[in-house]
Design a protein around this ligand. Structure first.
Ligand code: GLU
Length: 444
């Protein structure tokens, strides 16, 4: 049996109840075959793949807090410190009822390669809790965040592990967590990113994931003799990634006609009104039904369905496994040219393979959404030098990073005879840097 197959079998056996983690591992290991097979005995002897698939440390803890009725609630907190070969652990904190060990492991595993692709010195980690901020008062969210950080602060630090936002964790939550960290540790340091601008945050961090997604999409289009100008774009999600992806797509002359949340989706043939969407999602924290109430040109549909809308480019920006094989078939049938992932692993393996086999340009999340964490690393740099850079400075660095990622994954795919397969290119390029650092640091 090949070394890759041996490790896939082992990981399946050890993590049978974690389907998302297995999905992420299989996707990566399958595309590493060309690299591993060129030097199989060395990698097997070093047990490099077994090591890269096993988190360095998994922290799981109780998070008790008191709700507005005086009732004690208990959630589970997680931080998985997956790989520190190339830098301190870095990755977001997801607050969502679906969070469990398998979800955090899949996200942490993806983060290793994503962070490597940014070209910046950050290792892979991820955390979060099954706490649902939806429908909670500010005081309840603060109570949860303070309790969560009371335990988490023992395991993180500006040079150890630097968490950030993800689904359910935005500026409000990061603020409460930062306050609690400072209070307990008595240290004012860049222990979290995505902070507010008055206390060490970076300009352009809020916009970074969505903007970065469009920068890499534009570069890919450019390299295929095309532009974003006049393109019809379908976006899923209505959170931080989706909002700024829509904004940047419009700035580039494209028209985004959809967005979605956990209960339904909006089709707006005139183009999504980003200011209205921001007001509904960032200020009121309300449902998308409010969007159509304020905008007669738009239609609201219950459930899921954005992928049935005819488009040139599709940008899944909601969550894992939201673009399935039937959606991929619809996109291809409707003439979609490109799919770039703003979320982490939104496309199933089957759907990804179908899109690629049908000539759709496809960039996976670990490359396409790396702009968020890359800008977090820029926030870390600014915190270390105790300076803050202008919006333009950060934005132009972000753009350069995304352009570099595109060429890096394109070159890696070409080098291994897989031209145009950006999934393989991303996995290979991300892996090689981490593997080299792990080898240099010996068995650890
Ligand atoms: N949660 C984001 C991601 O999936 C950002 C992480 C960060 O900024 O550290 O990459």
């Amino acid at each position: 049996m090949s070394y890759v197959d041996e490790v896939i079998e082992l990981v399946e056996k050890k993590n049978a109840s974690e389907p998302e983690f297995l999905q992420a591992v299989k996707e990566v290991l399958n595309s590493l075959r060309v690299v591993i097979e060129a030097d199989e005995e060395k990698y097997r002897k070093e047990a490099l793949l077994e090591r890269i698939c096993e988190p360095e440390r998994q922290i799981k803890f109780r998070v008790p807090w008191v709700d507005d009725k005086g009732q004690v609630q208990v959630n589970t907190g997680y931080r998985i410190q997956f790989n520190s070969a190339i830098g301190p652990y870095k990755g977001g904190l997801r607050l969502h009822p679906s969070v469990n060990t398998g979800i955090i492991k899949f996200l942490g595993f993806e983060q290793i390669f994503k962070n490597s692709l940014t070209g910046l010195p950050i290792g892979g980690g991820k955390g979060g809790s099954d706490f649902d901020p939806k429908g909670k008062s500010d005081r309840e969210v603060m109570a949860f965040c303070q309790s969560f950080m009371t335990e988490l602060c023992k395991h993180i630090g500006a040079d150890t592990d630097v968490p950030a936002g993800d689904i359910g964790t935005g500026a409000r939550e990061i603020g409460y967590m930062f306050g609690q960290y400072k209070r307990i540790k008595g240290v004012y340091e860049g222990v979290l990113t995505g902070k507010g601008l008055t206390y060490g945050g970076s300009l352009a961090r809020t916009e970074a994931t969505g903007y970065g997604l469009l920068y890499i999409t534009e570069e890919m289009m450019k390299c295929h003799g095309d532009t974003m100008e006049g393109k019809t774009v379908v976006v899923s999600g209505a959170g931080n990634v989706a909002i700024y992806a829509i904004q940047k797509a419009h700035q580039m002359g494209a028209k985004v006609v959809t967005c979605s949340d956990s209960t339904g989706w909006v089709y707006d043939p005139d183009g999504i009104d980003v200011e209205l969407l921001k007001e509904i999602k960032e200020v009121k924290r309300a449902r998308l039904t409010e969007y159509v109430a304020a905008r007669p040109s738009a239609q609201y549909h219950e459930g899921r369905g954005v992928w049935q809308v005819k488009c040139d480019i599709a940008l899944p920006c909601a969550t894992q496994n939201e673009l399935l094989i039937d959606d991929a078939k619809l996109l291809v049938a409707n003439g979609c040219k490109a799919v770039c992932e703003g979320a982490n692993m939104p496309t199933t393996i089957e759907a990804t393979e179908y899109l690629q086999a049908n000539g759709v340009l496809f960039i996976c999340g670990k490359a396409a959404n790396a702009g968020g964490v890359a800008t977090s690393a820029l926030e870390m740099s600014q915190n270390s030098e105790r300076l803050s850079w202008t919006f333009e400075e950060v934005d132009s660095k972000l753009k350069q990073i995304m352009v570099n990622i595109y060429h890096n994954i394109d070159d890696a795919a070409k080098k291994y005879g897989l031209e145009g397969n950006y999934v393989a290119g991303a996995n290979i390029a991300g892996f090689l840097k981490v593997a080299e650092a792990m080898e240099a640091q010996g068995v650890c």
